[in-house]
Design a protein around this ligand. Structure first.
Ligand code: ADP
Ligand code: BMX
Ligand code: ZN
Length: 289
């Protein structure tokens, strides 16, 4: 059965036709900058139009809290204007297909869990526009009664740190995410996105190197906290910041400075940028959403 999988992120939208674990076709476009429900509807419609006729169902992985098919942003600055977006209702209406939806990092966690050789307890972290998380313990994906489970980017990294769009001060997301890194940039780096800041870091620009290290250190401390909470055997990192060259190695160096009890095996996402798409499809295929 062919699934039309959709991944809604704060920076990009992706869609793919998936059969089993095979991606048959894939398309991508930027997340609309205007951040209105109408703009998102239009972008989704043109993204999925070429795939609709070949699909038998739709499976969505989306940034935000997904509860009963409705998307709510925990950090509205990542996906503003979408306080209550009826994701499942809208996609059912335009495709006339059965639709399931789940948080993007929860979906990616499931795909990455399925790619593990054993059935280790694992935590997935995406470092992307925001910082998201998904937890699989005893072979079960934690979703939470309201869909909030695994929102690890909104745990505290630095009480004196920058304000997060969720309303807290010093969240991991405000320091480690692509948006967070860009917001902290000053002077010659002001106005650049995280991708450009990483390029400057690779060229040795001191402020860029500090920003990347601040992010990697916050992520390493989060991973130590995650180990203490879950006793997981592996932490898998994805997202465009998480997968950027040299980033995971820095996280590993900072984690190595923590006491032995907090050490945990760290890996880059097996499915790279497609973990969310595949996870949503696998969950829908297994009818676990
Ligand atoms: P989404 O959040 O939409 O799922 P991504 O995982 O691509 O999308 O994350 C987007 C963030 O990653 C942006 O802040 C962008 O600047 C940053 N980014 C994209 N490519 C790179 C790269 N090669 N190196 C570092 N950061 C990157
Ligand atoms: C934010 C939050 C999470 C999401 C994470 C990563 C919103 C809109 N999103 O913490 O639900 O999993 O970002 O999302 O509040 P991404 O856009 O970086 O993939
Ligand atoms: Zn927050």
């Amino acid at each position: 059965m062919t699934t039309l999988a959709i991944d809604i992120g704060g920076t990009k939208l992706a869609a793919a036709l998936i059969d089993g674990q095979t991606i048959l076709a894939r398309r991508e476009c930027p997340t609309p900058a205007s951040q209105t429900p109408q703009a998102l509807q239009q972008a989704l419609q043109s993204l999925v139009a070429p795939f609709m006729a070949q699909a038998e169902r739709v499976a969505v992985a989306s940034t935000g809290i997904i509860h009963r098919g409705v998307l709510t942003a925990i950090n509205p600055s990542n996906l503003g204007g979408l306080a209550q977006f009826p994701l499942v209702g809208f996609l059912s209406a335009i495709t006339d297909l059965p639709v399931t939806a789940i948080n993007d990092a929860q979906a990616a966690a499931w795909a990455e869990f399925c790619a593990l050789p054993g059935d280790d307890d694992m935590v997935f972290l995406t470092v992307s526009t925001g910082v998201g998380g998904g937890v699989v313990l005893n072979g079960e994906l934690l979703r939470g009664s309201g869909g909030l489970a695994g929102h690890l980017g909104h745990t505290l990294a630095d009480p004196a740190g920058p304000y997060c769009g969720c309303g807290r001060r010093g969240c991991v997301e405000a320091i480690a995410s692509g948006r967070g890194i860009a917001a902290l940039a000053q002077d010659e780096l002001a106005g650049l996105d995280a991708k450009a800041i990483f390029m400057h870091a690779a060229q040795g620009v001191p402020q860029a190197r500090r920003l990347v290290a601040y992010s990697a250190r916050a992520l390493a401390r989060l991973i130590a906290d995650v180990k203490a909470i879950t006793d997981c055997q592996v932490v898998i990192v994805g997202g465009s910041v998480g997968l950027a060259e040299g980033y995971l190695a820095q996280v590993a160096d900072f984690l190595a400075q923590e006491p032995a009890v907090y050490q945990v095996s760290l890996r880059a996402a097996h499915y790279r940028h497609d973990a969310g798409l595949l996870g949503a499809a696998l969950l829908a295929q297994g009818e676990q959403v």
